[in-house]
Ligand binder design. Structure first.
Ligand code: ACO
Length: 436
């Protein structure tokens, strides 16, 4: 009972011991070609057919993708084939954004045009400021930005034309351009400060820093080291293949919702402490630990499962996260300017102890991207509530690239997983007076 073969005819032979029936399941590039091939496995002809059960998608590929390559065992991360180390060293964030969205690095004229187009779309409709004004002074920045991004969908009804590549590209530019503005406005609202409007002659990150931190001066000149450090952090966070928020983006986008609504949903997934909220959770954890003397006791509590060591562990990396290595170097450069963040000593000691503890070694738990990023953000003057927002700004690029790829992929349909029903068998309705 063979189904269609693959190019080199690699097959998995499966014997169903319930029926004695043997099936040939095609393999493609080392994986089962299609989970749908399992459906032919039945006991009775009218059975639904076999599914695979995979809570949290631990071993299920939901797409083919050409955007980001990760080798989790060897700590390798590449965007469109370029190693993250080279991009972080030599490219600007907008150059990397172009690469991720378009598939190849731009020539100078292409980059100039892209930078111009992004700069041109940084302003938001004035009503967005009214929306933000409606939030309480202590509203979390992530909640404000999620709402503002969702609200943008109402300003651009043409964004619903998700099948039109030109309309899509226009929304992509708007989203990449406006995210820093929304983030900065949320921060200014929180601080009770007047909004600072975008300055189009500044770089992407300099403009962001200007909108955040300019007070009482006509011109704001961000420190070039901090401007570059933020650019590098944005490069490191730009995409990370099919993680929780990217999957949310693809799932929402698969119903053909507009990209503003889908990005708002992806941001919701990012907000949780196990994902993009981890950098905020790391900072709160380090503050709680308070001093290096308290680390052994904290580690004991982690081993006893009373605590989780935030910023450690990763679904995909079972080696040192390559982004964490680059961030550690960036931290040194930033602290030259800002002075050393005292939490760094706690983090370094925590890492040293954890990497030598059996609990972490046998589970392959290493620092991830968020272990050190929060310490840098704090040194740069960001409050912890801004940390997940600082993740969402660059990740918007990855979400949009993945969204576009999903829409152009003829194999994709509306996302709709199956379930294994474990509830009650069919039963008759009891009138309320008969219920025991
Ligand atoms: N602290 C303590 N134990 C941990 C940690 C941690 N940070 N991470 C994993 N473990 C343990 C688990 O308890 C489990 O132990 P067990 O097998 O004895 O039950 C084992 O290591 C495997 O972990 P899982 O939870 O199965 O790994 P999973 O792939 O589901 O989770 C995750 C990955 C969510 C990142 C996890 O490591 C974690 O919670 N880390 C802390 C939060 C964090 O830093 N998140 C940011 C990730 S990077 C990002 O999203 C940008």
């Amino acid at each position: 009972m063979a189904s269609k073969g693959t190019e080199n005819n690699e097959m998995l032979t499966v014997t169903d011991n319930r029926t004695g029936e043997t099936y040939e399941i095609p393999i493609h590039e080392g994986d089962v070609l299609s989970a749908m091939d399992l459906r032919q496995i039945k006991v009775e002809d009218d059975d639904f057919g076999m599914m695979s059960y995979d809570p949290a998608f631990k071993n299920t590929a939901s797409t083919r993708s050409t955007i980001t390559y990760i080798d989790g065992s060897n700590g390798i991360l590449e965007y469109r084939g370029y190693p993250i180390e080279q991009l972080a060293e030599r490219a600007s964030f907008l150059e990397v954004a172009y690469l991720i969205l378009r598939g190849s690095l731009p020539h100078q004229s292409g980059l100039d045009q892209w930078v111009h187009d992004i700069t041109f779309h940084t302003y938001v409709h004035e009503n967005i400021t009214k929306l933000l004004d409606g939030f309480r002074y202590d509203a979390h920045a992530m909640g404000m930005v999620i709402s503002a991004v969702a609200a943008l969908s109402t300003f651009y009804p043409e964004a619903k034309n998700v099948e039109d590549p030109e309309a899509r590209w226009f929304q992509i530019q708007r989203l990449v351009a406006k995210m820093p503005t929304l983030a900065a406005f949320a921060y200014r609202h929180h601080r009770g400060l007047p909004y600072v409007y975008p300055e189009n002659e500044l770089s992407y990150t300099a403009n962001f820093l200007n909108m955040l931190f300019r007070i009482g001066v006509k011109e704001y000149k961000p420190n070039p080291v901090l401007e570059r450090a933020l650019d590098v952090l944005f490069i490191l966070h730009a995409d990370h293949e099919q993680n929780c928020s990217t999957t949310a983006m693809r799932v929402i986008g698969s119903s053909q919702a507009d990209p503003y609504t889908a990005v708002a949903g992806a941001m919701g997934a990012l907000y949780g402490p196990l994902h993009g909220g981890a950098n905020e959770a790391v900072l709160r954890m380090l503050k709680r630990i308070g001093s290096t003397d308290n680390i052994p006791d904290f580690i004991e509590r982690v081993k006893n499962r009373e605590e989780r060591l935030m910023g450690f562990g990763h679904r995909v990396y079972k080696a040192y996260d390559p982004r964490a290595k680059i961030i550690k170097r960036t931290a040194d450069e930033v602290f030259e300017v800002t002075g050393r963040n005292p939490l760094l000593d706690i983090a370094l000691e925590l890492e040293k102890i954890a990497l030598n503890e059996e609990y972490f070694v046998e589970r392959n738990l290493y620092p991830n991207v968020d272990f050190y990023s929060g310490i840098i953000y704090q040194a740069m003057g960001f409050p912890v509530e801004m940390f997940p927002v600082l993740f969402a700004i660059p990740r918007t690029v990855g979400w949009l690239a993945q969204w576009q790829e999903m829409l152009e992929d003829p194999e994709q349909r509306i996302a709709r997983p199956r379930q294994v029903y474990t509830g009650e068998k069919r039963r008759e309705f009891d009138p309320i007076e008969d219920r025991g």
